[in-house]
Design a protein around this ligand. Structure first.
Ligand SMILES: Cc1cc2nc3c(=O)[nH]c(=O)nc-3n(C[C@H](O)[C@H](O)[C@H](O)COP(=O)(O)O)c2cc1C
Length: 334
């Protein structure tokens, strides 16, 4: 039997119209239109982390992704901690799927649905799942503590997923956090997920808008090389993010994790992108064209990073992951 025959997978694919239950997470600045297009073209759900983009640029990025998507399904993600001033401009493009994270806003969910979009909400615990369902979400994303980037959850995915499924009723639930292989996708579906969301794995693709040294660090890293920390909090204080261990983090820890402005190397510029200088402890990940100490910057990564063996074209990656998921035995999440 194909994983595509699982009832929860069928429901999710019917909801969004994509062919495969694989979603590329909204990986901040790394989520380029080319990446979103490649994932969508291969049958997955590809998308843009559009929170920090102005209205006109947002519409242009979605247009460019749509051009390469060849009819595949795209989403736009909003991190509700920030103002999201482009919300209406993004809906006006007719984007078929919107995802929300770091907040549950019934008004925005209703507005997006009235504009014709399906709405997914990323949650980190059962209470969030209950609230998102009550607020009208069409599907949920359970983000386990293994996830790369900013992490809402304190619970491992294997424990979080059943708790979220219990609250979700008949809403499809996607699993996120530490997933980087076809076997892990199969395990998530075997545990009741309607699909899997992969972030870090898609940063290490040809199309991702991440600096080559960041991609190389992901390929070189082992599974024990990530840390959930409040170290890189310039830009978004009081949050935890999962990153690769590097010299900035190790020196900060060795001084007892002091608060700003008393941190070692505070105010140093770690890299520059054109005129923009990015200081140590910034939550900005290095993009192509960045110049400086790239490996000392904030390099987001989930615990699945040890499974990444190469930088691959994203469409080939989606197809390979799916072949491997179908070939996997399934079995328990661990
Ligand atoms: C580089 C990077 C940037 C991210 N930026 C966002 C974002 O803008 N919005 C969001 O909702 N999640 C963001 N996330 C978290 C993802 O939505 C997702 O939960 C996570 O990538 C899943 O874990 P994985 O990286 O282990 O696959 C980001 C993750 C990474 C790795």
């Amino acid at each position: 039997m194909s994983l595509l025959d699982a009832p929860q997978v069928r429901r999710f694919l019917a909801l969004t119209g994509q062919r495969l239950p694989v979603m590329q997470a909204p990986v901040g600045s790394a989520a380029s239109p080319a990446l979103a297009a490649a994932v969508a073209r291969a049958g997955g759900l590809g998308g843009l982390a559009i929170t920090w983009t102005g209205p006109a640029d947002s519409a242009e990025a979605i247009r460019r992704a749509g051009e390469g998507a060849e009819g595949g399904v795209l989403f736009a993600n909003f991190v509700l901690h920030f103002p999201c001033e482009n919300f209406e401009a993004v809906l006006a493009t007719g984007i078929p799927v919107v995802t929300l994270s770091w907040g549950i806003d019934a008004g925005r969910i209703d507005r997006a649905k009235r504009a014709g979009a399906r709405v997914g909400v990323q949650v980190g615990n059962a209470a969030g799942a209950r609230k998102a369902r009550a607020a009208g979400a069409d599907f949920l994303i359970a983000q386990g503590v293994e996830a790369g980037g900013h992490v809402q959850s304190t619970t491992p995915l294997a424990a979080l997923l059943p708790a979220v499924l219990q609250e979700a009723g008949d809403l499809p639930v996607l699993a996120a956090g530490g997933i980087a292989t076809g076997a892990a996708i199969a395990r998530a579906i075997g545990a009741g997920a309607a699909g899997a969301v992969l972030g870090t794995r898609f940063v290490a693709t040809r199309e991702a808008s991440a600096h080559d040294d960041y991609k190389a660090a992901l390929v070189a890293a082992g599974s024990g090389d990530t840390v959930l920390t409040g170290c890189f909090n310039l830009g978004w204080p009081d949050t935890q993010s999962r990153v690769l261990r590097n010299d900035t983090l190790t020196e900060w820890e060795s001084e007892g994790c002091p608060q700003a402005p008393g941190r070692p190397g505070e105010g140093d510029i770690v890299f520059r992108v054109g005129e923009v200088a990015v200081p140590r402890y910034s939550d900005t990940a290095p993009v192509p064209g960045a110049v400086g100490a790239i490996r000392s910057a904030c390099l987001y990564a989930g615990t699945g990073v040890g499974e990444i063996a190469a930088v691959e074209p994203a469409d080939e990656l989606v197809r390979r992951l799916w072949r491997e998921a179908e070939a996997a035995d399934g079995g328990r999440m661990n």
